[in-house]
Write a new protein. Structure first.
Length: 329
């Protein structure tokens, strides 16, 4: 049985165990307490320089602004599970090249709140739009990875005047139904959240979900950068009060297969788009790059032979250079 099958078989339990309610904070309490040894926390709010909280209508958003203040602006949007730390090395490369970099934790991840609303593209697009308004950015380049790729495509559709160039790293939004196991699709069925589970099932689900998040069959498990991200994912799982609900709500409500209209609209806009994809990606398969190009025929497609889903983690210098070259030409 594949890891992906086991993982998505557990997803229907998440909304049951963490149903909608009042907005939940991130795991701020886990580091603000004087009783906590901060050296044991793998992802602190000062992970990047220039950190702050934006008080937005759907809850606090943790963000960081760094790099030269007069640098070219670029915003990075992460994926479904790992928070903004996924960009640690890529963001550093871009700042080093003179960019003013904005990174932030999506709702339900990292140090951002978990609002009790469907975690769909509208929520995340609104979060990004309000954050840009809050910090006073009228235009920016956008880079999104995986789920973040789908978010920035949807954002660009609705706010084209805000986006200079668009960079997509293995973006979602055009996946086939067969890419998403039946147990995940079952979340859309009525009555799923009414199923009762006991504490033993909860503990089992938590153990298996943590095991899945901490690994990726595409990657070298001995890489120190991956190990650090595994620690962050595990810590988030254990300490972010809203992560499980937000994760499951995203699986249920985000249009992983239904962003064709957004891609089509972006393809009609007069802007530069680059798509970078690992040929061996088993999370968002490379074959979907053909669909992206069919909607955005003028996009530049970069195929990374032998790379999987997390190529930006393993090749940050290369990705940083590719992005810089693309944006400056």
């Amino acid at each position: 049985m594949s890891n992906k099958f086991i993982f998505f078989a557990l997803i229907p339990l998440l909304l049951i165990l963490y149903p909608s309610g009042t907005p939940l904070s991130g795991y701020r309490d886990s580091w603000e307490s004087d009783d906590i040894n901060k050296s044991t926390i793998p992802y602190l709010p000062d992970h990047y320089q220039g950190g702050a909280y934006a008080d937005l209508p759907y809850g606090e958003t943790r963000y960081w602004l760094f790099g030269p203040e007069d640098g070219k602006k670029i915003t990075l949007v992460h994926g479904i599970a790992t928070p903004a730390a996924i960009f640690t090395d890529v963001a550093a490369e871009l700042a080093k090249k003179g960019y003013r970099v904005l990174v932030f934790d999506l709702y339900g991840r990292g140090y951002s709140a978990s609002p009790s609303v469907p975690n769909n593209d509208a929520l995340f697009v609104s979060q990004l739009a309000m954050l840009l308004k809050k910090i006073g950015w009228k235009k920016t380049d956008l880079l999104g990875v995986s789920l973040g790729g789908g978010i920035v495509v949807s954002f660009t559709r609705h706010f084209p005047e805000t986006v200079n160039s668009l960079i997509l790293l293995a973006p979602v939004g055009l996946m086939d139904a067969t890419d998403i196991p039946v147990y995940a699709r079952a979340l859309k069925l009525p009555g799923v959240s009414s199923i009762l589970v006991n504490s033993f099932t909860r503990r089992l689900m938590e153990s298996l979900l943590r095991w899945h998040i901490s690994r990726n069959p595409d990657d070298d498990s001995n890489d120190s950068r991956l190990k650090k991200l595994q620690q962050i994912s595990s810590y988030q799982f254990a300490n972010h009060l809203g992560f499980l609900h937000s994760f499951a709500s995203t699986v249920k409500h985000f249009p992983f297969s239904d962003l064709g209209k957004a891609y089509e609209e972006v393809g009609k806009q007069n802007r530069k788009v680059m798509v970078i994809w690992g040929e061996e990606d088993t999370t968002v398969p490379y074959i979907h790059s053909e669909k992206v190009i069919s909607y955005i025929p003028d996009a530049k497609l970069v195929k990374l032979t032998g790379d999987g889903h997390n190529f930006h983690v393993f090749r940050p210098e290369y990705v940083g250079s590719m992005v810089d070259e693309f944006l400056r030409t």
